[in-house]
Design a protein around this ligand. Structure first.
Ligand code: BYC
Length: 472
């Protein structure tokens, strides 16, 4: 099971050749995917050779192989984690029943919607990032961008497999629609808010990988608990790829922070614009933006959808099986942030309808650990500044806090104060123009743009000055 069949048109470890109907559906979709990739994938680099990793098996040891690949020739395919013998539905009303290998008829619509929502984010992120190759700060970063992009493409394949294999004609229609919507397009937007925001520069890209891909980690981990076993197996393998995306984000911001501190020390100022750096205040503004739009991705604090996903066994909690409770939560309570007039409060709510907020809590704690690692770099370089996560009520468009204006430190404020100050908290036009002014490609192996430090080591044991992309 672990080995991947690379001899067939669509690489897979699901014995695709044994299911001719599914094979035909996917072979019909494949050229449409490739057309989409050519139109909406990385602009200007389709013919270049990139040093990429490709999955060769899905077991823990050595699933990746590294080598030069042109992106349209990347072997996208269907990879599921190893099945768990005797797996059960581990939560909700069906707890203790054998995990489903087929979609339970009564949950078909709900499950399809969850899979489509997940699938929609994957091509959306490729679309958001398609212009970044032109301004990469180094070949090393350029390669990482493309690695992320091809893996998001593969994550789309993962969801299309589930739709085509388990949802008949509706599934095939949804698979087509995943290639029709466009990030940021007013007429046919992507489903979730953050995936319609532009990613115009590399600071935004690294923030996106840190904050938005981390939502991916928490959502995929919750779907990996699903009683629908094919979804669980798919998401478990996707999570192994997701880890690299978050590494790209965390390490990228860390290197920008490091460079900011170095320039501050060298020039004895925290205004780095005359020196071509990105100062910590500006990094904080981008952090505030990307954190807040990613917090929206968890949905409303109180959600009957979330309760239904759980009760029906379709979407669990983060690390569901490690939790020590009844895994049904009918009588349980959970503390949820809320609003009492002008005051932000906390109150006890039924645990089932609070599951979005609970997942958001897990996510915020994880984000805070990453921010602490950035602060450690700042501290070690002797600078007395700390980056912080904005309050969860800040700049929200989904949920209870979308009704009020809140400062990053969690004060409910008037519209007038918001209008006067939001440019201090979020990137303003001047900030965006400055960041754009820094975006020039650096394409000599081993060289890095002035605003970012080199990484401590290269990819797969290669040196930092390795030719990660052959621009030839
Ligand atoms: N934008 O009951 P509520 C990733 C809608 S990222 C727009 O609070 P629910 C990746 C909602 O659909 C992970 N609309 O929400 C990262 C609902 O609509 P209806 C992606 C939104 O359903 C980087 C209504 O508002 N995966 O993988 O409990 C690169 C009421 O909502 C938003 C998933 O999200 C929004 N932000 O939860 C590449 C997992 N939020 O029913 C990839 C699958 C809510 O009134 N999705 N709405 O028409 C889910 O689990 C759920 O759909 C959500 C929303 C958690 C997103």
């Amino acid at each position: 099971m672990a080995g991947i069949d690379y001899t067939s048109l669509i690489p897979n470890n699901v014995a695709l050749h044994e299911n001719r109907r599914l094979q035909r559906a996917l072979e019909d979709w494949q050229p449409k995917f490739l057309d989409w990739w050519q139109d909406m994938g990385p602009t200007g680099f389709q013919a270049k050779e990139i040093y990429l990793r490709t999955a060769v098996s899905v077991d823990a040891k050595g699933w990746a192989q590294f080598g030069y690949v042109r992106m349209p020739e990347y072997r996208w395919g269907i990879f599921l984690a190893e099945p768990e013998a005797g797996r059960q539905v581990n939560f909700g009303d069906h707890k203790g029943q054998p995990a489903w290998q087929e979609v339970p008829g009564e949950y078909r619509g709900t499950l399809r919607r969850l899979i489509v929502t997940q699938g929609d984010t994957e091509p959306a992120s490729v679309e958001q990032q398609c212009h970044l190759g032109r301004t990469s700060p180094s070949l090393y970063d350029l390669r990482n961008l493309f690695q992320v992009n091809v893996e998001e493409g593969r994550h789309l394949w993962a969801m299309v497999y589930l739709l085509d294999a388990h949802f008949g004609r509706d599934g095939r229609e949804e698979s087509e629609a995943l290639l029709q919507r466009r990030s940021g397009n007013a007429d046919k937007p992507r489903i979730l808010g953050a995936f319609n925001e532009p990613t115009p520069d590399w600071l935004s890209f690294f923030m996106f990988c840190f904050f938005t891909d981390r939502d991916g980690k928490y959502q995929l981990a919750s779907l990996a608990e699903s009683g629908f076993d094919p979804l669980s197996q798919t998401c478990r393998f996707m999570l192994t790829e997701e880890a690299h995306h978050m590494f790209v984000g965390e390490a990228g911001i860390m290197r920008i922070v490091q460079r900011a501190c170095e320039l501050m020390r060298e020039h004895k100022t925290d205004d780095l614009r005359p020196h071509g750096g990105i100062d910590l205040r500006l990094i904080q503004k981008y952090l505030n933006f990307h954190c807040s739009v990613s917090l929206d991705l968890f949905g409303s604090e109180i959600s009957t959808n979330a309760a239904n996903f759980y009760t029906t066994g379709l979407k669990g909690r983060f690390e569901e099986t490690k939790k020590d409770d009844d895994h049904q939560l009918k009588d349980a309570a959970y503390t949820v942030a809320g609003l009492d007039g002008e005051r932000i409060t906390v109150r006890e709510e039924a645990a089932l309808v609070s599951l979005n907020e609970r997942l958001r809590d897990d996510y915020v704690a994880d984000c805070a650990r990453g921010v602490a690692r950035w602060n450690e770099v700042i501290r070690k370089l002797g600078i007395d500044v700390e980056l912080t996560l904005p309050h969860r009520a800040f700049h929200r468009a989904i949920g209870i806090f979308s009704e009020v204006r809140v400062s990053p430190d969690g004060r409910v404020i008037s519209q007038a104060e918001w209008d006067a100050r939001h440019g201090d908290w979020l990137p303003n036009e001047d900030d965006k123009a400055y960041i754009q002014s820094l975006m020039h490609p650096v394409t000599e192996p081993g060289k890095f743009a002035n605003w970012i430090a080199p990484p401590p080591r290269g990819i797969n044991g290669q040196p930092v000055d390795f030719e990660y992309v052959r621009l030839g």
